[in-house]
Design a protein around this ligand. Sequence first.
Ligand code: SAH
Length: 217
Amino acid sequence: MVREGILRSERCIRAMLQVKRHLFIDERHAKWAYEDTPLPLGNTGQTISAPHMCAYMLEALEPQLGHNVLEVGGGSGYQAALLAEVVAPSDTPKEMWGRVVTIEILDPLCELAKRNLKRADYSDRVLVVCGDGTLGYPPLEKGGLYDRILITAGGPDVPPPLLEQLKREGILVAPVGGRFTQELIRIRKKKSGELIRERLLPCRFVPLRGRFGWEGI
Ligand code: SAH
């Protein structure tokens, strides 16, 4: 991934090396944990993204030490652990740590994310919330709460509560488009509050559910 230019920053390379993906994968798929492929999450029809996509999203988000991050689509908890390893690295004093909140709408996966993050030792840096992430966290709260927001399920557009909860000078990355294929986009909220939207690359994620996902239409 470094050779291919997907991983570029020292902090993201370190996070990818630090977080053990096999701790986030079902035992029966563990032998593929370090292949560059998405894998099923139990029998839920959801998937953990391929490592190159996780790495790409991590870099695109430009996370920094101390940032507060919201992830929508907790799944296995793997991406949340990567984010935590950048904003709250294991080898940095806790006073400097940022925090990751990850929201998962399917109860069995929410429990899975909690279990996985606990056994990988991220429970003190990642809060797993069960619910509809399109409402943000706390739900429908207004005002900038997060430096970075990542959505890991494909929706029709970016849920408005998430744009509200993004701080000024914050960055949001999300797959947006159709139910089956999307485009990964990045939104930068300027100091003035203006939103600058960039298209990054075509992608394919499981559908975003909930009030501002496909169920709300
Ligand atoms: N980031 C995860 C993979 C995400 S797959 C990982 O690292 O393993 C996308 C996840 O988004 C699925 O688990 C799906 O249940 C969840 N999801 C879909 N719509 C959601 C919503 N509105 N709020 C929270 N989670 C949602």
